[in-house]
Design a protein around this ligand. Structure first.
Ligand code: NDP
Ligand code: BG6
Length: 488
């Protein structure tokens, strides 16, 4: 976000044969390197365990990925892969492999005239972060003649203790300003816009508090099931996979105070303050669910327990709904409902800010008037159909007197065209050394402090039909305060 000049560098991806590299990182890097700010600045070194893989095979794999992503046609592509992509096998526990890796990095830097600037990206299963960081540090790959930065994917830890241990290990080898804990929701334009919407407009800020706001609902719904990721997901579940990171980030940006400056530390200071104000979560305020069979887009889909590599008696939650209470001056008494699930009715991420109703209904004196006056709601749509909508009440013309709910709308695509992928934004920020959209050590630990009691003592998941909005018990969660889930 800081627009700083990007120096020539080597981009080293651990886990380069994996899903994230091929679905997100490689397409983002290719786009930035061929028609964006990384043109002529970046060289990629893929690292994975396979000895049978080599430069040639890895380039062919990358080529296929880019063709499948529609970024390259089938011809003449390899020139770019040939020039910009390399591969090095590394067994994650083997110190000798790291010495060889160091030699290979220096050789590539020499060939490409790169002045020792290195970004290491951990696109690895979470259980491999720790040994990889350790080996890198021990091999002296935590510093170089230029800058060295390390990007750590989510989930960062499994609970408070493991997050603290991973932070301590990272800090043994790296300074905090070298560490980029990634949460790709922070790279979405619509997520970044929460702060611009709030602090570049005077209209809403005076209303942004318990006097005017009744509740905030944050939903991230997915149509997809676990796909081929059961190996990871069975041990993670929706709380670790989505709530602790993506939804909590959306919550802190919605709830935080204005920062003293628009810089990484000032913003993250305010986010941490929100997390510190969150009250311990009552077990009554948490609902877990797991998808059963059902219909998605007219197709019958299997239950979670019949997915590939899922235990037939799995208790892993694929759905979570919970209520957070932020005990500070601004938000006392305003419930923040967070809800996410796989195999829901449709893909939809929204923040719904629900305002109080007027204190009295003035219109009851009109003959036959029996309309309900709805509360005003502001719906910030993170994806898809990115934008926001403000719902308000109007009188319909004529007699008898009737009130209808209408809305003002803003859609990104109409105003600006297609939005860039979150990973493009975040990779550029890493290379510019801008940590604003990355998670600080104290932030990730404070967040785990909120959720660790739940992961240590998880509730039984209720089954819900695929293609719906989760178990009915989640509806009861909001009904306690006389509300319902608001969806547009
Ligand atoms: P994968 O399961 O595809 O694993 C990535 C690579 O890591 C594999 O190709 C494999 O390469 C290597 N690997 C797997 N197991 C081990 C092991 N036990 N020891 C050493 N290396 C291993 O993961 P993803 O690419 O899906 O995810 C990577 C990270 O990114 C995770 O932390 C995930 O949470 C995060 N993430 C992923 C997203 C996605 O859409 N996939 C989205 C957001 C975050 P090889 O066997 O060749 O060494
Ligand atoms: C990832 C989770 O972090 O986010 C996945 O591991 C989830 O389970 C994905 O599907 C959702 O991301 P997006 O950008 O598609 O909403």
């Amino acid at each position: 976000m800081n627009g700083k000049e990007i120096e020539r560098h080597l981009f080293i991806v651990f886990g380069a044969t994996g899903d994230l590299m091929h679905r997100k990182l490689l397409p983002a890097l290719y786009t930035l390197m061929t028609s964006g700010p990384l043109e002529g600045k970046s060289v990629i070194l893929g690292v994975a365990r396979g000895d049978e893989m080599n430069d040639e095979k890895f380039r062919a794999m990358a080529h296929k990925t880019l063709v499948d992503a529609g970024l390259l046609d089938d011809t003449g592509a390899s020139a770019w892969c040939e020039k910009c992509i390399h591969y090095q096998p590394v067994d994650h526990g083997d110190a000798q492999d790291y010495t060889e890796l160091k030699g290979r990095i220096e050789q590539i830097e020499h060939e490409h005239d790169i002045p020792g600037n290195r970004a290491f990206y951990m696109a690895l299963p979470p259980q491999v972060f720790q040994p990889t960081v350790e080996r890198l540090g021990e091999a002296g790959l935590n510093k170089s003649a230029g800058w060295t930065r390390i990007v750590v994917e989510k989930p960062f830890g499994r609970d408070l203790k493991s997050a603290q241990e991973l932070n301590a290990l990272l800090h043994r080898f790296y300074k905090e300003k070298q560490i980029f804990r990634i949460d790709h929701y922070l790279g979405k334009e619509t997520t970044q816009n929460i702060l611009f919407f709030r602090f570049a407009n005077l209209l809403f800020e005076p209303l942004w508090n318990r006097d005017r706001i009744k509740s905030v609902q944050i939903t991230v719904g997915e149509e997809l099931g676990v796909e081929s990721r059961a190996g990871y997901y069975e041990h993670a579940g929706a709380l670790r996979d989505m709530i602790q990171n993506h939804l909590t980030q959306l919550m802190t940006l919605t709830a935080m105070e204005p920062p003293v400056a628009f810089d990484a530390d000032a913003i993250r200071d305010e986010k941490v303050k929100v997390l510190r104000a969150v009250a311990p979560i009552s077990p009554d305020d948490v609902v877990f669910g797991q998808y059963a069979a059902g219909q998605i887009d007219g197709e019958t889909v299997p239950p979670y327990r019949k997915e590939h590599d899922v235990a037939p008696d799995s208790k892993t939650e694929t759905f979570v709904a919970l209520c957070l209470h932020v005990n500070n001056w601004r938000w006392q008494g305003v419930p923040f409902y967070l809800r996410t699930g796989k195999r829901l009715k449709r893909r939809m991420s929204q923040i719904v800010v629900d305002f109080h109703r007027p204190p009295i209904t003035l219109f009851d004196s009109f003959e036959d008037f029996d309309d309900t006056i709805n509360s005003n709601t502001l719906v910030m749509t993170i994806q898809p159909d990115e934008g926001f909508d403000l719902y308000f009440e109007v009188k319909s013309p004529g007699q008898p007197v009737k009130v209808k709910t209408k809305h003002f709308s803003f859609r990104y695509e109409h105003a600006f065209g297609k939005l860039a992928e979150a990973y493009q934004t975040l990779l550029l920020d890493v290379l510019q050394g801008d940590q604003t959209l990355f998670v600080r050590a104290d932030e990730v630990e404070t967040s785990w402090g909120i959720y660790t009691p739940i992961v240590e003592n998880p509730p039984e998941p209720f089954l819900y039909s695929s293609g719906g909005w989760g178990p009915k018990e989640a509806d009861r969660l909001v009904e306690v305060t006389g509300e319902e889930w608001i969806m547009t």
